[in-house]
Design a protein around this ligand. Structure first.
Ligand SMILES: Nc1ncnc2c1ncn2[C@@H]1O[C@H](COP(=O)(O)OP(=O)(O)OP(=O)(O)O)[C@@H](O)[C@H]1O
Length: 252
């Protein structure tokens, strides 16, 4: 992480909901090739910030720059093809569809890698090899033909990661990748994220400090919509202001 080139930058980014500032003048700088964690107590503005970065929300003021380009106000379907993918906190899979079909659909979508959405479904087999590669990357190659509904929770989250990777994103945004997981799945997810983070930039929201400490090169702590502290994990976790902020929340 020697390069100082920011892949993602926000400048005075602000989102108000009827006068309430959920995100307030946030200046975030994410270096290319880094894993950058966003943490903070409930309601700190993490999800709102993710929504601003991916175009699901439009900022009230301020800007978002990706690779030096101003992407403020672009729609999600304009932002995704630039190389920003997101995995969601809530599982969004089709229970009856097989794992391979999920990947083929992701690859064939307008924002997907091939952008060959005009191809008839019968020609989706061109994506078969890539689908298997992606499933292999997340350790699900042997489940390719089973319906997503039959997967265990941790496997569903791994499938969602594979779907996000179908874009071959430069920037991958992970919203609580270990939420609701037991310790074994958490450790498996840490290993998986480490593997897929190589060669790309990852911004991660997670409440689990073991996950953050294991993965993040840099941590930004949000509180009440503002940046409270920022730095390497070991520095941030001993910061008095951060400790105080967390003592007031459910996630100590
Ligand atoms: N659409 C909305 N309308 C009004 N208020 C909102 C809206 N979305 C979020 N908020 C408020 O903005 C604040 C930040 O919410 P946000 O979901 O971004 O926090 P968070 O850090 O992701 O919290 P959590 O850790 O619980 O997911 C909260 O007070 C929330 O109630």
């Amino acid at each position: 992480m020697s390069s100082a080139t920011p892949l993602l930058e926000t400048r005075s980014l602000t989102k108000e909901f009827r006068g309430f500032r959920a995100v307030s003048e946030v200046d975030l700088t994410v270096s290319e090739g880094s894993v950058h964690a966003l943490v903070g107590p409930n309601g700190a503005g993490k999800t709102t910030l993710f929504n601003l970065l991916t175009g699901f929300l439009t900022p009230s003021s301020g800007s978002v720059l990706f690779d030096g380009r101003d992407i403020t106000g672009l729609a999600p379907e304009q932002i995704a093809p630039l190389g920003i993918a997101r995995s969601f906190q809530i599982t969004s899979l089709f229970e009856q569809m097989t794992l391979r079909e999920h990947l083929e659909l992701a690859l064939a979508s307008p924002t997907g890698m091939g952008r060959q959405w005009w191809r008839p479904v019968s020609r989706m087999s061109v994506f078969a090899d890539r689908s298997m590669e992606l499933l292999d990357q997340v350790g699900l190659a042997d489940r390719a033909g089973v319906p997503a509904g039959s997967l265990a929770y941790g496997q569903k989250r791994a499938l969602e990661l594979a779907i996000a990777l179908a874009l071959d994103p430069r920037l991958l945004l992970l919203d609580e990748p270990t939420a609701g997981m037991g310790i074994e799945d958490i450790d498996r997810t840490i290993t998986l994220v480490k593997r897929i983070a190589s060669g790309r930039t990852v911004v991660l929201v997670d409440h689990n400090m073991h996950v953050v400490g294991s993965l993040a090169d840099r941590v930004t702590v949000l509180q009440a919509g503002q940046i409270l502290a920022e730095g390497p994990y070991d520095e941030v976790r001993t910061d008095e202001r951060v400790i105080t902020a967390y003592l007031g929340s459910a996630h100590v």
